[in-house]
Write a protein that binds this ligand. Sequence first.
Ligand code: ATP
Ligand code: LTN
Length: 331
Amino acid sequence: MKKVMLSAVAPSNRLTLGNYLGALKNWVNLQKQYDCLFFAVDMHAITVKQDPEELRRETRRAVATYIASGIDPKECTLFVQSHVPQHAELSWVLTCFATMGELGRMTQYKDKSAKQGAHIPAGLFAYPVLMAADILLYGTHLVPVGEDQKQHLELTRDIAERMNGLFGDDLFVIPEVYIPPVGARIMSLQDPTQKMSKSDPDPNSAIYLGDTSDQIIKKIKRAVTDSGSEVTWSDEKPGVKNLITIQCALTGKKPEEVVSGYAGKMYGHLKVETAEMVAAHLAPVRAEVERLMADTAYLDGVLKMGAQNARNRAQKLLDRVYDRVGFLPRS
Ligand code: ATP
Ligand code: LTN
C-alpha cells in the first residue's frame, strides 16, 4: 500500500511561478511514489474577497493547471474542496481543539489580516484549521508545500497530536511536510525581500502561468536587481539570488554551477537567459491549460469522479472522529 500524499492551492487568482516551483513541480515529481490527492481550495479562497464568476473560472483553471503541469488524473484523485462536505464538518470539530493563541500566532493570518483594515473575516483566523481538516481527513503522510506553509503544517501536527492524546493514538496519522530544497520561496520580481504572491496587486511582481512569453520576458528583464553588476550567490543580493534560484529550480543545477556560467558577464545576461528559460518552460503548460479550459466536459468529469472518490474516503475518518468525540451515530 502506497503512503498518502496530499496538497492544494487556493484558486484566488491565476497561479504563479512561485506556486509552480514551490508546489506543483514537486507534486509531479513525487506522484508515482504515493497515493495522491490534489485539490483546489475554493473554501480557503473566500477568506478574502472574491468575485463569484472569477472564483468559478479560477477553480477550474487551477485544476487544469495541475493536469497541464503533469499530474495524472487517472492515477491521482483531483477535486474541488467544496464538493467534499466532510472538510467543513471535520474543520468544526478541530476548531474546538485549536486555541485562539496558536491561531493568532500564524504569520499568514497576521500578514493577511493587516491588509483587511477594521473588518477581519473570522474565516481568515480559522483558515489553518480548515487546512488541518483537509490534511487529516485522508490519513495523509506527506504534504508538499512551499516554505510559507510550514507553520500551518506544524499547527496541523499539534492539533492531531493533542486529539490523539485525548481520543486514541490511532485517530489521526501525523503528517510530514515536504519543502523542496530549491524553489521553496520564490521572491517578488519587484521587491525581492517579499514572497512572489498571486494576490500581489502589482502584476509585474509575479509571473503568472498564463502569461505570454513576451510578458514573461518583459517582467524578468524589468526585475529589480541589486547594486553592482557581478553575478554572485549572496543574501546581500536578493534580486540576483532569486533569478539564480529560478534557474536552479528549473534545471536542477546547483547555484555554483549557474553562477560560474556568468563569470565576466553582467546582470543583463542573467536576466535575459532566466527570462528565456522560464518562457520556454511555461509555454507548453500554458497551451495545455488553454486546451483543457476549452474542454469543460472533460474537466468536470475528472472533478466529479475525484469528488466521489474523496467523499467515500473522507467519510470513514469523519465517522471515526464523530464517534470518538461522543456524537450519536446516525441511524
Ligand atoms: P495568495 O497570494 O493568494 O496567498 P500564494 O501565491 O501565496 O497565494 P498559496 O495558494 O498560498 O499561494 O500557495 C499555494 C502553494 O504554493 C503552497 O504550497 C505555497 O507554499 C506555494 N507557494 C506560494 N508562493 C510561493 C513562492 N513565492 N515560492 C514558493 N512556493 C510558493
Ligand atoms: N493554505 C495552503 C493551501 C492549502 C493546503 C491545504 C496545502 C489548503 N489546504 C492542504 C496543503 C494541504 C496555501 O498554500 N495557502
